[in-house]
Design a protein around this ligand. Structure first.
Ligand SMILES: [Zn+2]
Length: 63
């Protein structure tokens, strides 16, 4: 993934960080939830969805 525009606000920066951790893994499970808490969540997990929503609200194109 190439980030054309650097994150500007804390909200955007945090959201990017969250999405970097909570990423799609094997079997469509979230790698971040497994690594951080040994938990299993389908991707996008709740944290990833929150981060994606935050980026959309901030006007950041996440595609
Ligand atoms: Zn997750």
């Amino acid at each position: 993934m190439i980030l054309a525009d650097p994150p500007v606000t804390d909200t955007v920066r945090n959201a990017w960080t969250t999405l970097a951790i909570h990423r799609r893994g094997d079997l469509n499970l979230c790698d971040g939830c497994y690594e951080l808490a040994c938990g299993f969540s389908w991707y996008p997990c709740r944290k990833a969805r929150c981060a994606q929503r935050a980026l959309v609200e901030a006007g950041v194109d996440i595609c």
